[in-house]
Design a protein around this ligand. Structure first.
Ligand code: GDP
Length: 197
């Protein structure tokens, strides 16, 4: 899809005061560390190397914004689930995502979940954070290439069962391309809606 191939890095925010103005529409991407979030962003935007995975705690606590069109943004949230994250960083994370949640431009959440692990408590906490009654939640069961067909459909069934009714979920692989077009459609649909809806 060439539509978002003009995506570009906007800014990294360590503090809510650095967020871009709250206008237009944006989609947050989140997931446990190593779930495949950076790979998913790059596959959906068809931009290799745009989002980088930060494996080292300390480099990963920033919220990165990418511009994907006029007043359209991707918000790349730090990966969670790192036991080793120092307390100082952990205490920054709360206010940062609290302020993000207040943004009128935040239209939805793409949550990346390793298909082999399934949906965890911390994934569900993040969904609750995003307020699924008000915002679209789209779950990508990533690394689907690592599962057999049978395992993949079982993972999909189980995930559907564990998610709030409004959330949508699909299989995804940045490696073999499974579900990339479907994810791009969900992404585009969200960003094409009129604002204030
Ligand atoms: P992040 O930490 O959530 O941003 O995850 P990354 O995108 O950096 O991916 C973490 C690891 O999983 C890397 O070694 C990737 O190469 C690998 N990975 C990501 N997506 C896929 C996928 O769809 N299939 C497979 N097999 N590996 C993947």
């Amino acid at each position: 899809m060439s539509r978002f191939s003009a995506a570009s890095f906007l800014l990294s925010a360590a503090d809510p005061g650095q967020f871009p103005p709250d206008c237009g529409l944006e989609i947050a991407f989140a997931g446990r560390s190593n779930a495949g979030k950076s790979s998913a962003i790059n596959a959906i935007l068809a931009r290799r190397g745009l989002a980088r995975s930060g494996k080292t705690p300390g480099q990963t606590r920033l919220v990165n914004f990418f511009g994907v069109g006029p007043e359209r943004r991707v918000v790349d949230l730090p990966g969670y689930g790192y036991a080793r994250v120092p307390e100082r960083e952990r205490s920054q994370w709360g206010p940062l995502i609290e302020r993000l949640r207040e943004r009128a431009s935040l239209a939805g959440l793409f949550l990346i979940v390793d298909a082999r692990r399934g949906i965890s408590e911390s994934d569900l906490a993040l969904i609750a954070w995003a307020d699924p009654a008000r915002r679209a939640i789209h779950v990508l069961l990533s690394k689907a290439d690592k599962l057999t067909r049978r395992e993949a459909s079982a993972a999909l069934r189980e995930a559907r069962h564990g998610l709030p009714a409004h959330a949508s979920v699909q299989l995804f692989s940045a490696v073999d391309g499974t579900g990339v077009a479907e994810a791009q459609r969900a992404f585009t649909q969200l960003l094409d809606q009129r604002e204030g809806k």
